[in-house]
Design a protein around this ligand. Structure first.
Ligand SMILES: [Fe+2]
Ligand SMILES: [Fe+2]
Length: 239
């Protein structure tokens, strides 16, 4: 069934995995990650305490930020290259939504989950994340599918996945939203985020004592290695 709002384009949500180009294509990878994000956001409503809500929001935040960073550094440059040019309105609109989500998550990172306005900020961020997924599944990805072959959809999917795994994990308000600034800023931020993640993991809030220094060091070394590998591979990648 086609969606008349988008000039006969078929939403990714209406396609089988085979029609999307197989499990490795950018359409299938995006669809799976959107569905997992949606499930995580739904679990917020069932959370039994402010602490649990805070944990779920942190998980949504990390996943959404990785997803969006990989879009801005791999998927959108590919879309602009094949279809639209540098002043493309659709990718600019989605990047604006990414910035809105980033700002809300940055605010939530410092907020108390039991405070009065926490829930409203969370729901606004979730709404924008869902809107963003619709723009991509109903419009951007079907357009890309019309313009390139299956092999290219799979190559973009593989590059997007590599970038998603090595991207920053925390909101950073000053990261530029387009290449090359976002890529250059993302490398040190990805390392520092993973160090902070490892420290948070090793030091539960309020203890003030290091419990697992080797885990911190191992995570730091792994993060540096990942970023170096990404740097070596970028010359052959998208965008
Ligand atoms: Fe997005
Ligand atoms: Fe997406």
């Amino acid at each position: 069934m086609t969606n008349p709002r988008h000039n006969g384009l078929r939403s990714v949500a209406e396609q089988s995995e085979e029609e999307r180009g197989g499990p490795g294509s950018i359409l299938s990878r995006q669809s799976r990650d959107h569905a997992e994000l949606d499930e995580l956001m739904r679990s917020y409503d069932a959370a039994g305490s402010p602490a649990e809500r805070g944990r779920i929001v942190a998980q949504v935040g990390e996943r959404a930020l990785r997803h969006a960073f990989a879009e801005e550094t791999v998927l959108f440059p590919a879309y602009r290259k094949f279809l639209a040019g540098d002043d493309d309105e659709l990718t600019r609109h989605i990047e604006g939504d990414h910035q809105t989500v980033n700002d809300a998550l940055e605010q939530l990172q410092r907020a108390d989950p039991s405070s009065a306005d926490y829930d409203a900020t969370v729901r606004h961020a979730f709404e924008v994340i869902r809107h963003d997924a619709h723009d991509e599944e109903d419009d951007l990805l079907p357009r890309l599918q019309q313009a390139v072959g299956v092999e290219q959809l799979r190559a973009i999917g593989a590059a997007w996945e590599v970038q998603r795994r090595t991207s920053p994990t925390r909101p950073h308000p000053r990261v530029p939203r387009e290449p090359p600034g976002n890529v250059l800023a993302g490398i040190p931020l990805a390392v520092s985020d993973r160090v902070k993640d490892a420290v948070d993991h090793a030091l539960p809030v309020g203890t003030g004592r290091r419990r697992a220094a080797p885990a911190v060091l191992a995570a730091t070394a792994a993060a540096v290695l990942l970023v170096r590998r990404r740097g070596r591979g970028r010359g052959a990648g998208m965008g």
